[in-house]
Design a protein around this ligand. Structure first.
Ligand code: PGA
Length: 254
């Protein structure tokens, strides 16, 4: 059985002070039953991770911490980059890797993404590997070729055990931050396609890998998406910035 996972990707929003308030407010709105059903993750900016860690540990919260990016080297002359070990030391459990904004705005390649996935695993954390097609790719009928290629490249060289433990987020780029969501059927079909692609690489692992949907997920559409067999959770951007709204996404079955 795969446990659901809902992760808030705060992107470049929230100072460390705002983060403390957001984590605390979110925690007030969740209870034991929520954490039983869903692994709840917040991914604030790097500058807020330490503060988030402190609140989570001092208040004994079951919210887990994620980072939005990482570099693959352990240390060295890489001005401005953050090493996996630095994140692990802050009790970061998950790292978003290959988000479409990183790929499109900052030129991350499939090879970079694969190095990052391996580095995250090497530091004992769980990658959330993001894949997804642009609107033009969808319209020209190459969605599966694009997403399948990203999955293959991202998982290159991993063991079946590593693949079983990781998280893949299917995020159609045209749905990110646009208010347009993939239909439940389209999102479910693409999640199934991602799982089938993983099965080609590591058959026994594919039923364990958790697959998230991302792209304008909100309290109104989450239940329909979560009803799909192969969707095990969400990567939530805009709707994760308000604790009330994010809690409603997490409590989608209530
Ligand atoms: P969105 O972002 O929910 O604001 O569309 C999702 C994401 O980019 O992960």
């Amino acid at each position: 059985m795969r446990k659901n996972l809902i992760a808030g990707n705060w992107k470049m929003n929230a100072t460390h002070l705002e983060t403390i308030q957001m984590v605390q407010k979110l925690s007030y709105r969740l209870d034991y039953a929520d954490y039983q059903r869903v692994d709840v993750v917040v991914c604030p900016p790097f500058t807020a991770l330490r503060s988030a860690q402190t609140v989570i540990e001092s208040d004994h919260l079951q919210i887990r911490l994620g980072a939005q990016n990482v570099y693959w080297e352990d240390k060295g002359a890489y001005t401005g980059e953050i090493a996996p070990g630095m994140l692990a030391k802050l009790s970061v459990s998950y790292v978003i890797v290959g988000h479409s904004e990183r790929r499109q705005l900052f030129g991350e390649t499939d090879a970079d993404v694969n190095r990052k996935v391996k580095a995250v695993l090497g530091a004992g954390m769980t990658p959330i590997l993001c894949v997804g097609e642009t609107e033009e790719e969808r319209e020209s009928g190459v969605t599966e070729a694009k997403v399948g290629g990203q999955v293959h490249a991202g998982l290159e060289g991993l063991t079946g055990e590593q693949i079983a433990g990781l998280v893949v987020a299917y995020e159609p780029i045209w749905a990110i931050g646009t208010g347009r969501t993939a239909s439940d059927d389209d999102a479910g079909a693409m999640a199934a396609f991602v799982r089938a692609t993983i099965a080609d690489i590591a058959d026994e692992a594919s039923e364990s890998t958790r697959i998230l949907y991302g792209g304008s997920m909100n309290p109104g559409n989450v239940a329909g998406l979560m009803a799909k067999r192969d969707i095990d959770g969400g990567l939530v951007g805009g709707a994760s910035l308000d604790p009330d709204t994010f809690a409603s996404v997490i409590r989608y079955w209530v």
